[in-house]
Design a protein around this ligand. Structure first.
Ligand code: CUA
Length: 339
């Protein structure tokens, strides 16, 4: 029976659509900054190697099984007068062979998986750079105890040096994930989890909380900047130095506002305030993004953030302090002057 013309056109359009979708998915998998298939660390490569091994193994099995299925359907199809094919129920050799084949497949997948589980849980070397990560609703705190640096939402690392992340959450469960470098690893209250990796290429990589943790879970992002060693050392020096503030009158007006308002209760600025609730703002002006990598760190965005944090980021813990117009502009000028 011939297919009606409209139906065959529909089939062709559908197939073309599926093909387009499949290829565009494949392309974005490669191109996407959040991709896991182009790892840039030893940890990422280990997981990617395992993923590729399992993918290729299962692809070969899939093709073999489908080919056998098609062959059997064709070879033993019903024909007028054909006898019932020979039955194989209880065939000892066949039963044994496919039991052994499955055991071998499990070993091919299981042995490297267990090896990599142990490898990625190894204790860090003494030379590893220690970074204490705190996942908070909804931002990331990064402390470098050996370097006496505290920052937020921007993680700076030197290329080629092992980093030992110590992960903890003071509120709810989060998950630390830098798709191109490693993770995900849960960040859990009352417990310190570890993650050790060595970034292998200079560049910028986005990170994201990967465990649902409340209203702004999707807005709990961060940036990872992997520097050449000398550039990282310069960053360390700049972060260790006291903040450089501007003599600009608007910025000075902002400083007065900051010191006389509730800001000081939640934020630390070295030499000015010691609040521990919100992000450390000592070098706020040196960061490229604001509110856990939601927006660019520009005067307009900072002023809008100060005026109404909840509007910019649903559920934001920072209260609305009633700063308006000139006040929020002055605060933005002061905070952005802190390089
Ligand atoms: Cu933190 Cu999701």
């Amino acid at each position: 029976m011939r297919m009606p013309r409209s139906s065959s056109v529909r089939t062709v359009v559908l197939l073309a659509g599926v093909l387009l979708l499949a290829t565009s998915c494949g392309w974005s998998l490669w191109d996407n900054p959040m991709t896991t298939v182009r790892p840039q660390s030893d940890f990422g490569r280990a997981i990617d190697g395992l993923f590729m091994l399992i993918s290729w193994t299962t692809l070969v099995i899939f093709i073999a099984v489908e080919a056998a299925l098609l062959f059997v359907c064709w070879r033993f199809r019903d024909r007028p007068g054909a006898p019932i094919p020979k039955q194989i129920h209880g065939h000892t050799a066949l039963e044994l062979s496919w039991t052994v084949a499955f055991a071998v497949v499990l070993l091919i997948i299981g042995i490297p998986t267990i090896k990599i589980i142990f490898k990625t849980q190894e204790a860090p070397a003494a030379t590893a750079l220690r970074v204490e990560v705190a996942g908070k609703q909804w931002w990331w705190e990064f402390k470098y105890p050996g370097l006496n640096i505290a920052t937020a939402n921007e993680l700076h690392l030197p290329v080629g040096q092992a980093v030992a992340f110590h992960l903890n959450a003071p509120d709810v469960i989060h998950s630390f994930w830098i798709p191109r470098l490693g993770g995900k690893r849960d960040v859990v209250p009352h417990r310190v989890n570890q993650l050790v990796l060595t970034p292998e290429a200079v560049g910028e990589y986005p990170g994201q909380c990967a465990e649902y943790c409340g209203m702004s879970h999707a807005n709990m992002r961060f940036r990872v900047i992997v520097h050449p060693k000398d550039e990282f050392d310069r960053w360390v020096k700049s972060q260790q130095a006291p903040p450089v503030e501007s003599a600009d009158p608007l910025a000075q007006q902002g400083k007065t506002l900051f010191t006389q308002s509730a800001c000081v209760g939640c934020h630390t600025i070295t030499g000015i305030s010691g609040g521990q609730v919100g992000p450390n703002l000592t070098h706020f002006g040196s960061r490229a993004s604001l509110a856990a990598n939601m927006m660019a760190n520009t005067p307009d965005n900072v002023a809008r953030w100060v005026e109404n944090p909840e509007h910019m980021k649903p559920g934001a813990r920072m209260p609305n302090l009633g700063m308006k117009g000139e006040q929020s502009k002055a605060l933005a000028a002061y905070l952005l002057s802190l390089k």
